[in-house]
Design a binder for this molecule. Sequence first.
Ligand SMILES: C[S@@+](CC[C@H](N)C(=O)[O-])C[C@H]1O[C@@H](n2cnc3c(N)ncnc32)[C@H](O)[C@@H]1O
Length: 403
Amino acid sequence: MTARQLALTALLNWQKDPQSHLEQHIKGNLPPKDLDLAYTICRGVLKEKSFLKATIKRYLKKDKLPKATETILLIAAYQRIFLTKIPNYAIISEAVKLAKQKSPAHASLVNAVLRNLDRDITEGFDPNKQDLSLSERYSHPQELIDLINDETKDQALTEEILIWDNARPKTFLRLKNGGHEECLDVKAAVNSPEFKRGEIYFMQLWSQSVANAAPVKDGGKVLDLCAAPGGKSLALLDRAKIKLTACDLSEARLETLRENFARLGYANDPNVTITQLDAAEADKHFPPNSFDLVLLDAPCSSLGTIQRNPELRWRFKIDQLSEYAALQKSILKAAQTLVAPQGHLLYAVCSFAKKEREAVDLLRQDKNWLLKEEKLTYPGEQNLFDGGYFALFQKNELPRIPR
Ligand SMILES: C[S@@+](CC[C@H](N)C(=O)[O-])C[C@H]1O[C@@H](n2cnc3c(N)ncnc32)[C@H](O)[C@@H]1O
């Protein structure tokens, strides 16, 4: 299998199941260099899909092409426009070879479209200077652009977010000593002694800022209700000698959490308990008022992380926000009963949608809760942060004195 064959298979498989993660389809027995290329092409095609479609449309008589033919054209157009180190002849001949295998009736069309595109670019056509809608230029569905506009109420900021979503993501490491640094070489970091010794953990700056907002002190009892794969729990464990209960609905994700806990030295820690549960029913698992801190890093649309997960934009449906909001509210309702008097609840989502902040109104409107800190971040803030929201509340009730 070649890198382009793998990219084509992965993209077609992902199209059949857009709820799946793109990465799970990019697998094959290929040399690392080819796997990297397949990965770059797949992510690139998803980031630039509408832009590439608008660009090749110039050379097509029909609007609708079979999926395989269209995807072969997008893969080749992406390389021609964005991966300028790959020789043009190789891009075209590989695409035609793929077309002969997967859609032989269209092999000559693929050849003609790509030759015309190549000729036009060589003669000075700049695809970036085409007259395109925002949705085509930045490859976001119009429904999503409308939502972003509605949130920001600022067209320039909306466009900055769209540009950010398509930029190359930076990767960050949290250091066990509390600091952070940018990771310039992921493979080198994974193979480093520091990684093996559990001194570094891949964690984006937005997530680190949420973990840093959590008040923890030695001996404190902490419940992380949606904990997997464990990033924020581990940051709290590294900050203070807490007694942690880490939960998640997904057993598979808890398995990853256990691996991460083991790598950072918390495998057999008597102060750590790991439990599979539905957070919306957490109040049935634990006595009321039993934790000093409840962290609710809620399941959400992840709209703040489109830069890292380019496929998210294509499965966005506005109705999903209401479904997430309902789930977030039911989890928060259960979570708030578990916080001890004077204890804290930290709610977070990696989304900037208003709907996914509604859950905290439950606490905002309750005089027993005090809002201590709140932060909304749009994707691309300071050219560093993913988008997200967190709110830290303190339970203002006095401890009940037994009569
Ligand atoms: C944003 S992720 C958590 C990330 C994690 N806090 C970290 O820092 O690594 C949300 C998690 O919520 C979990 N989840 C979804 N629905 C849940 C539910 N009803 N109860 C508990 N966990 C749930 C998902 O499996 C997912 O692991």
